[in-house]
Write a protein that binds this ligand. Structure first.
Ligand code: APR
Length: 311
């Protein structure tokens, strides 16, 4: 039986996500948006591309949550994107309302789904989805670390003029300016980049990674990144749909791991058919742990603000 992935939000990230899912023939896709005609039009366009792309994944565009019934995975990209000069945190209230509404509808029709949240500010939106859904923590995940690591890998490959296939990168923490890239766990052909680059170049790559989203926003001027975010969400969905037991950095609810309690934040986890199947704990240096705590503090502040607003 074909699996079913719903993508909520048929904007830049959502439509690109739908495209990548069907081109990988991962599942049939339901693309849902609040705007009438847009998900239907984009879905029909994708279906009309399928003979040339040679895949049999079907895409249904809709404004009706009934069509999302019994989805295996739901990727939530609904929301407003960042505008120039706007931080992810400015988006907090608007997107919290949207995520609350979307999650309530999704849970009604797909109580067994795994949720992948993409909307920003990411870690805070995971809290909203978790609280509203009442789902177990293994089925509420945030897409951030895969994107941040992918950006870091791209920068490492550019710096050293090596294949991106040779690169790995590790980024922990909240999906914001306080994220924590870990150079000693970032490698080229298994060699830590700390052996291959001078500290100032590593520093520059870490900084560029942390402000990677903002760099794209300031270039695009009317929206935020979508190709790499879509690829990253699909990588997570693939690990779940295909039960790959793949270790990827994702935002998950920590309950004491890494010394952090009751907070969604990015850490390495194992993804399989049950969603998040294990949190991988690695030893951090004092400095790395301090940076992670700092990042957790900034997420905690947002979550507290949300709680004050009743989310
Ligand atoms: N229900 C369904 N769809 C909604 C709702 C809602 N309540 N509110 C907004 N949307 C839809 C919009 O109509 C729009 O089509 O979400 C879509 C968002 O698309 P874009 O504006 O193109 O934004 P995008 O670049 O896709 O980013 C979406 O992902 O990376 C994050 O920060 C980014 O939070 C933003 C989200």
């Amino acid at each position: 039986m074909k699996q079913k992935i719903t993508v909520v939000g048929a904007g830049n990230v959502g439509a690109t996500t739908a495209q990548r899912i069907c081109e990988k023939e991962l599942a049939d896709v339901v693309l849902l948006d609040i705007i009438e005609g847009v998900p239907q039009g984009k879905s029909l366009d994708l279906v009309e591309a399928s003979p040339v792309e040679k895949h049999d994944a079907f895409v249904t565009g809709t404004n009706n949550y009934e069509d999302t019934r019994d989805s295996d995975v739901v990727i939530i990209t609904a929301g407003i994107p960042r505008k120039p000069g706007m931080s992810r945190d400015d988006l907090l209230k608007t997107n919290a309302k949207i995520i609350k509404n979307v999650t309530m509808q999704i849970c009604k029709y797909s109580p067994e789904a795994t949720l992948i949240i993409v909307s920003n500010p990411l870690d805070a939106m995971c809290h909203v989805a978790y609280n509203v859904s009442g789902f177990p923590k293994n089925r509420v995940l945030g897409m951030a670390g895969v994107l941040d690591s992918s950006r870091m890998r791209a920068f490492i490959a550019m710096e050293l003029d090596v294949s991106i296939e040779n690169t790995t990168a590790f980024v922990l923490g909240g999906h914001g300016d306080t994220m924590v890239p870990l150079p000693r766990y970032s490698t080229v052909a298994g060699i830590p980049i700390t052996e291959l680059m001078l500290p100032d170049r590593i520093d520059a790559i870490c900084k560029r990674t942390a402000s990677g989203g903002g760099e794209i926003v300031s270039l695009l001027k009317t929206g935020s990144a979508f190709y790499a975010p879509a690829s990253s969400a699909v990588e997570m969905a693939k690990a779940i749909i295909r039960d790959k037991k793949q270790i990827l950095p994702c935002a998950v609810l920590l309950e004491g791991e890494y010394g952090i309690n009751d907070l969604f934040i990015g850490v390495p986890v194992k993804l399989g058919k049950n969603g998040m199947e294990e949190i991988i704990q690695i030893n951090l240096t004092e400095q790395e742990q301090g940076a992670l705590n700092h990042s957790a503090d900034s997420v905690r502040e947002l979550v507290k603000t949300l709680a004050d607003w009743g989310f």
